[in-house]
Ligand binder design. Structure first.
Ligand code: ADP
Length: 592
């Protein structure tokens, strides 16, 4: 049963709902649903839906932390974005691409995507305010990363305006936080402290422990800048406490390092080195090489400063080994990336080459078909029109013949006899050419055909020839196959007729045999006739090829060409094996 377009769309929508539901709990499951929906949507023409599915898959990969894949799928969605009529989805797609570029550190590209996203929505409309606010915040963060603090503050102003308007504490917190960081970079510690304190207020109000931890850290930076190292240590220790509770190991490692470094600066070297050691253990456990490298360096430096030479040497050695290791890992990662890219490029080039050669073949095939059609049309028209004047010649020759009889002129009678015979032969020839042209050109109807019927019909048409020549026709069980009754009858009639005609035996004998293979029938029409020399065996299927003189055997040389066309129009193949003086075996394949 065929699934309709609507049924397919329902199935796809159901899969997408399942995917969205699963997104809350299990990304892999969500991905599996979306991928299945993608497979289905590609079997129908629903580009807008396909675009939406690409966008969803991209988002799931982003949540899984696979930013590159997220970007790949988002770009596929982008290719189809023109099929989407909903502005909001367009915005989502551009915004997604911006976020993925941002996560990959591709800030310029991210920025341009965020601006494209912004162009898709109307700032003033209530439904979009949250999105506009988010977009401005993203843009501000990019300016911050790019150290373009002036533009960053501008964008932050816009973001904050909308965050306040929609009353988003969470959004305001993020804005204040970026304000604080920006002012730190600009060297304005007071302004930074002002915004971080606003963050602190909000974090307490929201009861959001991870925000609280992060803001303690930022405030500790302010304290450090002001030279209030004790306060700075206390603040990081507060952050540490919260993060331990939340079991955020990666952040704990960073807290340990910070508090370790500040403690050393404060003069509490033992405590500092102890903290740094804890940070190191965690980073190694988390297999985070870049964090491990920073901590090892800090440890080596602090130990050296404290004249703990042995420890300093130990950490330096570890540091240089890890450097080497990460360098090699980076190198092989780069190398395999390059190999993959190289292979992809090659595949792309091969595909392009294949496409152009396929196109060229298709072009030639079209041209060939066109010229064949023209030829068939020409043969048909020409032979049809030629019969008309021929009929006239024939009729007048007969009239002349009547008149000439009275003269009783032997020569004249003989000449006229030749002329009439020539006209008759010409008529047969044209009729056969016409028939061949129609076999080539006609639309043939394929149906179940019983070869027993075919044979009986052929024998019926040949009954005079058979009885006059005293021929015997033998055959076994014949199958039913798909073909055209009238053409197959012509085929058998021609072959059996030839078997009887090109035969000098007292009793021409024709035997028909069928062998069944898995895909087709192998049919043989054998005679005990004069045979065909090996060199001529393939030539006999060419049009107007005759091996014998007309005085020996009547014929036009078109019969076997017609047989070949009929077999080929049944997607089969015909050939002959023969031995002169013994007989011929015409064989062909017909598909089941
Ligand atoms: P025609 O109208 O001359 O019979 P065909 O196309 O049927 O034309 O055959 C082409 C030539 O092939 C014939 O002229 C004949 O020389 C040869 N031929 C065809 N069938 C046989 C056969 N069964 N045995 C020997 N020669 C044959």
């Amino acid at each position: 049963m065929r699934t309709t377009y609507e049924e397919m769309m329902i199935m796809i929508d159901k899969l997408m709902t399942q995917s969205t539901d699963a997104e809350q709990a299990n990304y892999d499951e969500a991905l599996a649903f979306s991928m299945e929906a993608l497979r289905l949507v590609q079997t129908i023409d629903a580009k807008a839906k396909e675009c939406f599915i690409y966008h969803t898959i991209a988002r799931i990969y982003y949540f899984k932390g696979q930013f590159k894949l997220a970007l790949n799928y988002a770009e596929k969605a982008l290719d189809l974005v023109n099929f989407v009529s909903e502005d909001y989805l367009k915005y989502k797609i551009y915004n997604g691409i911006g976020v993925y570029h941002y996560s990959l550190g591709e800030y310029v590209k991210a920025l341009s995507s965020f601006f494209s996203a912004l162009a898709e929505i109307k700032e003033e409309e209530a439904v979009y305010k949250k999105d506009v606010a988010g977009l401005y915040l993203n843009i501000a963060n990019i300016f911050y990363q790019n150290q373009d603090y002036e533009h960053c503050l501008d964008a932050l102003g816009d973001a904050l305006k909308w965050m306040v308007e929609i009353d988003s504490e969470h959004g305001c917190y993020l804005c204040y936080n970026t304000y604080g960081n920006t002012y730190i970079e600009m060297g304005d510690v007071e302004q930074a402290a002002f915004y971080f304190n606003k963050c602190l207020e909000l974090a307490v109000k929201m009861k959001a422990p991870q925000y609280l931890a992060s803001i303690y850290n930022n405030l500790s930076t302010i304290a450090e800048k002001k030279g209030e190292l004790r306060k700075a240590i206390e603040l990081v220790e507060k952050s540490l406490e919260i993060n331990k509770e939340l079991n955020r190991e990666a952040v704990i490692a960073i807290d340990y390092r910070r508090v370790g470094i500040i403690s050393c600066e404060e003069g509490e070297v033992e405590k500092g080195i102890d903290y740094l050691g804890k940070s190191l253990v965690l980073s190694i456990k988390l297999a985070d090489n870049s964090e491990t490298l920073i901590t090892l360096k800090a440890l080596a430096e602090r130990c050296a400063a404290a004249q703990k030479w042995e420890m300093a040497y130990e950490y330096r050695t570890q540091l240089s080994e890890l450097h080497k290791e990460t360098f090699n890992a980076e190198k092989s990662k780069l190398l395999s990336e390059m190999q993959v890219r190289h292979q992809l490029e090659r595949k792309k080039r091969e595909a392009e080459l294949l496409k152009t050669s396929e196109e060229r073949i298709r072009l030639y095939a079209d041209k060939l078909e066109e010229s064949n059609k023209n030829l068939e049309r020409f043969a048909h028209v020409a032979s049809h029109d030629m019969r008309e004047p021929l009929r006239m010649i024939h009729s007048f020759l007969k009239l002349i013949n009547e008149k000439v009889k009275a003269y009783n002129d032997k020569d004249l009678n003989e000449y006229l006899g030749y002329a009439i015979e020539g006209a008759n032969r010409m008529d047969v020839l044209i009729k056969e050419v016409l028939n061949l042209a129609s076999v080539q050109a006609q639309e043939i109807k394929m149906e179940a055909v019983d070869l027993n019927d075919v044979l009986l019909l052929s024998l019926h048409n040949l009954k005079t020839t058979i009885s006059e020549s005293n021929a015997t026709i033998t055959y076994g069980v014949l199958p039913v196959l798909t073909g055209n009754l009238s053409l197959l009858t012509q085929l058998f009639q021609n072959l059996i007729g030839n078997g009887i005609k090109y035969n000098k035996s007292k009793q021409p004998a024709i035997n028909i045999r069928v062998n069944e293979t898995e895909v087709d029938y192998h049919i043989e029409v054998m005679d005990n006739g004069i045979g065909i020399p090996e060199d001529d065996q393939s030539r006999v299927f060419e049009m107007m090829t005759r091996l014998n003189t007309r005085t020996e055997f009547e014929g036009t040389g078109i019969g076997l060409a017609t047989c070949k066309t009929i077999v080929e129009r049944h997607n089969g193949k015909i050939w002959v094996t023969s031995e002169v003086g013994i007989g011929s075996n015409f064989q062909f394949f017909l598909q089941k």
